[in-house]
Ligand binder design. Sequence first.
Ligand code: HMG
Ligand code: MG
Length: 300
Amino acid sequence: MLHVPENVIVKEVGPRDGLQNEPANVDTADKVAWIDKLSEAGFSYIEISSFVHPKWIPQLSDAKEVAAAIKRHPGITYAALVPNRKGLERAIETDIDEASIFMSSSETHNKKNINKSLEETYPVLKEVVEGAKSAGKSVRGYVSTVFGCPYEGEVPIDQILRVCDRLFEMGIDELSLGDTIGVADPKQVDETLTEIKKRFSFDRIAMHFHNTRGMALANVLVSLEHGVTTFDGSVGGLGGCPYAKGASGNLATDDLIHMLHQMGIGTGIQLEKLTEAARFIQEKINKPLPSHQMQMLNRS
Ligand code: HMG
Ligand code: MG
């Protein structure tokens, strides 16, 4: 018999994780209209953009304009990635609610992604956490390559736990564990969460799966059985990581919502409105989105 939670929080990261890897240039006004549609779908959390260096991720160089133009709904947390003090200064000029800091559990991916060793990263992120907190923002932490690094392979669990410890010590409110290149399998998720659970409360843990090998929903199921209640997804499965070769789209929010609702798990999200948002961005990027829900709709 399955033991799963009654309700789950699904966090939409498509406007950031989806678009950052999208070659098509989406107009600022279209991003804004898309995020407004996502707000209408019933999410309590949307990651709207990223304040990383615009040279590294030009697709999100309009983060400030997007943050200024979206319609804010009460009860929705609007978040953005913030890599360092410079990013925080830019983010604070807008009215985002939450700053998301990020680093990898493996040295090589961290270096390629943010140009620093793990040790060099901690003080940079600590400064962001302190600055964000004193500006009244909550802070989310991401750890990437938890289930495998494209350069180093499997990352030892002790190394992962050390990075998680350091981020929680800084005062982050929630930690999202990233399967950056979509290599996790259900057994590995089970083993990793068994170790995570010994150390951290699942109230403050989210899972961030990419669906490169079609295993994201299977990994969600194992996480649900462990008692995880927060999952990240990207509408239609849009997404990837530009500094992790082979990282394709995130777990598709629409497929996730469909599965959860079929299982009787509440999310507060309306699948029809979510699908409408997926159709909208699919048209703007001018190619079919990979989620099963969208493939089904595109055929009908
Ligand atoms: P750097 O070049 O090492 O930065 O980049 P620096 O501190 O040496 O500064 C160099 C110059 O850049 C300076 O300008 C800074 O002011 C400027 P100068 O003085 O030479 O004129 N600068 C900035 N300008 C605007 N905004 C900023 C900023 N920072 C510095 N924020 C940095 C370091 C982290 C900025 C760079 O490596 C970067 O932007 N990396 C982005 C990588 C990225 O976005 N990756 C994808 C997101 S992570 C992900 O997708 C994984 C996740 O989804 C979870 C999962 O799936 O696992 C979260
Ligand atoms: Mg990601």
